[in-house]
Design a protein around this ligand. Structure first.
Ligand SMILES: *Cc1c(COP(=O)(O)O)cnc(C)c1O
Length: 863
């Protein structure tokens, strides 16, 4: 029988236990071990049954047990202490307030928008790394006191739950999440009615959404939910699933996230008195429409579109996360045009303007597609990739938007991702040393203690794996009686390798299966065996990924090896927290350079797990032989993917055989692997502090939020209008700007040679048309030259204008050029737009270079 209606009966806590409810509703418990232990003490069995979810626990614990606790003075003492601790955490001044007091002009608040948030397994609103990074960003911001407001969607089915069919094919389940059973509260108007944001859709329809609030320590997270009665059935389903549905469905989700998200922030600030964000940060392109809504707000106050765009751009930060062009969200132009047309959203902002922002108007672009990353870059004055390597790859990838500039000059910087130590460090490791938030290990901890903890964590993982494997086999249709072998799966003393991540093809889940005999030999080695734990979800629409999962599952099902390799279904944060600490080695073998950063290896490192990884993402930046091993790659050397996989797989096997396993099993007289422990120690002490989300958030504040707030403040209505009209004029007049003649006078240097330390005097004639020297900067660009005369590692030298134009209206620019490097050297000259409010001189994407003819003399090679 099915119920015709469902509702949630909330537990009534006895008055002395009331603080438990506050502790459950602030997600800080998800990274505060003592609070979690307190909940566990309420009722250990219910705590386990609720999968460590306090709201679930309080809903299931018996009234008798609650009454008992209400009279248990030692429990009440712990409860009072935990409540006081949370209170202190929520109030005190932190890093951000101190910086502010020291005179930094920080933004009053920052809006942080993301399509997914992975805060805890109890709020399953993430699919993988992007969401978990967003969750860690909020938590670290909370720890640092950064006044962030998170904005996302509440998906009624979250992502999917994964299980396996008997023959290893991925099955997807979409359990319904009831917000009343989640750690959320509904945002309400002062009169108690729920806040709703409303978007207009074509055909006089509208899309409404309620706003749920999750409290992440000090940081509010607003989640929009279209499942409200006032919506038609189609609109109700807009927030049904994460990354489900077709193009139109995704567009509506993204309009709700971006446009509805800004409206939700306005409502939240109005109702709570929270300061309004001065900076908006969009985590990947999905939330990019937030810029349009903010332009609409300004246009409504009477500002012109271009001026509003300037004001909005100044206060926007865009983070790109994918180096795979296919990974970028793109929509049919017509679809976007329809939703921003006459009866669509954002009256006052013409559809043509919207389209202009997202069109791929550069060589090789698709004329009929609307690209969310392109719009993200055009709407944000500051943009970044997520590791040093990914920054460089992104500058190449988007160079088409800044024609005339070398990729190095493309204004996309990088902030390398980090992970939130208190969330990801096992309590056993934290208690060994000083623990989070510094995640450093005191040198006083003896080797034996460190190794004991590592073994304990491995053993806990073995127990967890057996439990999950048994559940999976029962689910796959096996009988309990045939599962006795599971008690012998994995060994707490065997070198344990972990590999878990989503299953897009570039991550190469099955690279390890390339030579099955060789892998089998590694697993079954009589002296130095290895065991491997694998997990990962394929996107529901990705049959290729599901085939990879099946391949791996079938291999792991083989009775010859099944005690040494397992595939665990339903990878998520709950599993991840057990997996990283329990592994000795974390394996990562993407196709370089397609892993923008990767964060699972960082979480593993914080627990003393060593990395074995291709030099991609963060590992390319921070790899040291003391922290693990670099798998050699064949990128560039061969373009044949098959050959490349073979070379890299062989390198991987060889590393495990010759380096990793011997080191793990090389024991001293005391039974300890001395060199291994040394590497664990280096990883914890030296690598640990770099990979922290706190370091990442501080970088965002100092390098991006703070300058964005300044830029935004500088652009009041009048200044923004002035800047917009200066840009318009500069763009219009730019075709008349030219470098007409370049002369170099060298002290020495006949015949194309010059001496180190000497100086060239440059004299340039530049035509500026109707522009004035104030509108431009004329630069010499000089550096080493490659064989085809391209400049590498170039530096720029500003040149000074003469007092007035010559009779033909040309301006003469002069300046010295110091020859500070030996070898092939060259230079050129260029004119760029200049204005004090531009973040970079590439901002407009305009540049004038010498033509072939005037280039005579410029680009002289000095050998
Ligand atoms: C950290 C994490 C990820 C991201 O891992 P990558 O190394 O970036 O692929 C994905 N899923 C879960 C559950 C995680 O905890």
């Amino acid at each position: 029988m099915k119920a015709i209606r469902r509702f949630t009966v909330r537990p009534v806590l006895p008055a002395p236990l009331q603080p438990l409810s506050d502790l459950a509703r602030n997600l800080r418990w998800s990274w505060h071990t003592e609070t979690r232990e307190l909940f566990e003490a309420v009722d250990p069995a219910s705590w386990r049954a609720a999968d460590g979810d306090p709201v679930g626990l309080l809903g299931s614990v018996s009234a008798a047990r609650l009454a008992e606790l209400a009279g248990d003075s030692s429990f009440l003492d712990r409860l009072t202490a935990a409540a006081a601790d949370l209170d202190t955490y929520l109030r005190g001044d932190r890093w951000y307030q101190q910086r502010d007091a020291e005179g930094a002009e920080l933004p009053a608040a920052v809006g942080y928008f993301s399509p997914e948030f992975g805060v805890t397994a109890a709020l399953p609103q993430y699919s993988g790394g992007l969401g978990i990074l967003a969750g860690d960003h909020l938590k670290a911001a909370s720890d640092l006191g950064v006044p962030l407001i998170g904005v996302g969607l509440l998906y009624r089915h979250g992502y999917f739950r994964q299980s396996l069919s008997r023959d290893g094919w991925q099955q997807e389940q979409y359990p319904v999440l009831d917000p009343n059973e989640l750690p959320l509260t509904l945002l309400r108007e002062e009169d108690g009615t729920p806040v709703q944001v409303v978007l207009s859709l074509p055909g006089r329809r509208s899309l409404r959404a309620g706003v749920w609030l999750a409290q992440v320590g000090r940081v509010p997270l607003l989640m929009l939910d279209s499942d409200v009665e006032e919506n038609g059935p189609g609109e109700r389903d807009v927030t049904d699933r994460l990354y489900g549905g077709g193009s139109e469905h995704r567009l509506l989700q993204e309009m709700l996230l971006g446009i509805g998200g800004v409206r939700a922030v306005r409502a939240y600030c109005r109702l709570t008195g929270h300061p309004a964000p001065e900076v908006f940060h969009t985590n990947e392109g999905h939330a990019g429409f937030l810029g349009l809504e903010r332009i609409r707000e300004l246009v409504d106050t009477g500002l012109g579109f271009e001026a509003a765009l300037e004001a909005v751009r100044a206060g926007t930060v865009f983070t790109t996360h994918t180096p795979v062009p296919a990974g970028i969200d793109r929509f049919d132009r017509e679809l976007v045009a329809r939703h921003f047309g006459e009866d669509g959203e954002l009256p006052g902002v013409a559809a043509e303007r919207v389209l202009g922002l997202g069109m791929e108007s550069y060589p090789g672009g698709e004329p009929n597609l609307f690209n969310m990353a392109v719009m993200g870059l055009r709407l944000a004055q500051r943009a970044n990739g997520v590791s040093t390597l990914h920054g460089a790859v992104s500058r190449e990838m988007f160079a088409g938007l800044w024609p005339g500039f070398d990729p190095e000059e493309v204004p996309i910087t990088s902030v390398t991702n980090g992970v939130h130590a208190p969330t990801w460090v096992a309590p056993e490791i934290a208690r060994l040393g000083e623990g989070p938030p510094d995640a450093t290990l005191s040198p006083a901890v003896p080797d034996a203690d460190l190794w004991d903890v590592r073994r304990l964590l491995r053993e806990q993982l073995v127990t967890e794996v057996r439990k999950r494997l048994r559940a999976s086999w029962l689910q796959r249709g096996a009988q309990a009686a045939e599962l006795g072998w599971i008690d012998g799966v994995l060994d707490p003393d065997v070198l344990t390798i972990g590999f878990a991540r989503r299953v897009p093809s570039y991550k190469r889940l099955t690279l390890m299966l390339r030579d099955r005999d060789r892998l089998t030999d590694l697993l079954l080695d009589p002296e130095r065996p290895v065991q491997i734990v694998v997990a990962g979800k394929a996107h529901p629409a990705d049959d290729g990924g599901k085939r990879l999962v099946r391949e791996l599952v079938r291999f792991a099902d083989d009775p010859r090896v099944r005690h040494r390799i397992v595939f665990l279904p339903d990878y998520g944060m709950g599993m991840a927290r057990k997996l990283y600490p329990g592994c000795d080695v974390w394996l990562n073998n993407p196709l370089r350079p397609l892993e923008a950063c990767g964060t699972s290896g960082m979480k593993a490192a914080l627990n003393g797990c060593l990395n074995l990884s291709v030099l991609d993402g963060w590992w390319d930046e921070w790899f040291e032989p003391d922290f693990g091993w670099a798998i050699p790659t064949a990128d560039g050397a061969t373009t044949d993917e098959n050959r490349r996989d073979e070379l890299e797989a062989n390198a991987l096997y060889a590393l495990i055989e010759d380096r990793v396993a011997p080191r793990f099993y090389d024991r001293g007289p005391d039974g300890l692997p001395e060199r291994w422990i040394e590497m664990v120690r280096s990883t914890l002490v030296t690598l640990g502090p770099k990979v922290l989300a706190g370091r990442m958030v501080r970088e965002y504040v100092e390098r991006l939020y703070e300058p964005a707030a300044h830029a935004h403040r500088a652009l009041d209505a009048a200044t923004a209008t002035e800047l917009a009209s200066w840009k318009y004029r500069t763009r219009t007049l730019w075709p008349y700007v030219s470098v007409d003649h370049v002369e170099a006078v060298s002290a020495t240097g006949a015949g194309g040679t010059a001496e180190l330390g000497s100086t060239l005097s440059l004299r340039v004639q530049a035509g500026l048309g109707e522009l004035r020297p104030d509108d431009v900067e004329v630069q010499a660009v000089a550096g080493r030259v490659g064989p085809d005369d391209t400049l590498v590692d170039a530096r720029t030298f500003p040149l000074k204008p003469s007092d007035g134009p010559d009779p033909e209206g040309r301006w003469v620019y002069e300046g010295p050029l110091a020859l500070d490097r030996t070898g092939p050297y060259g230079y050129t000259v260029r004119v760029l737009p200049a204005h004090p409010l531009l973040a970079t001189s590439a901002d407009l994407g305009l540049v004038a270079l010498p033509t072939e003819a005037t280039g005579e003399g410029a680009g002289v090679l000095l050998r």
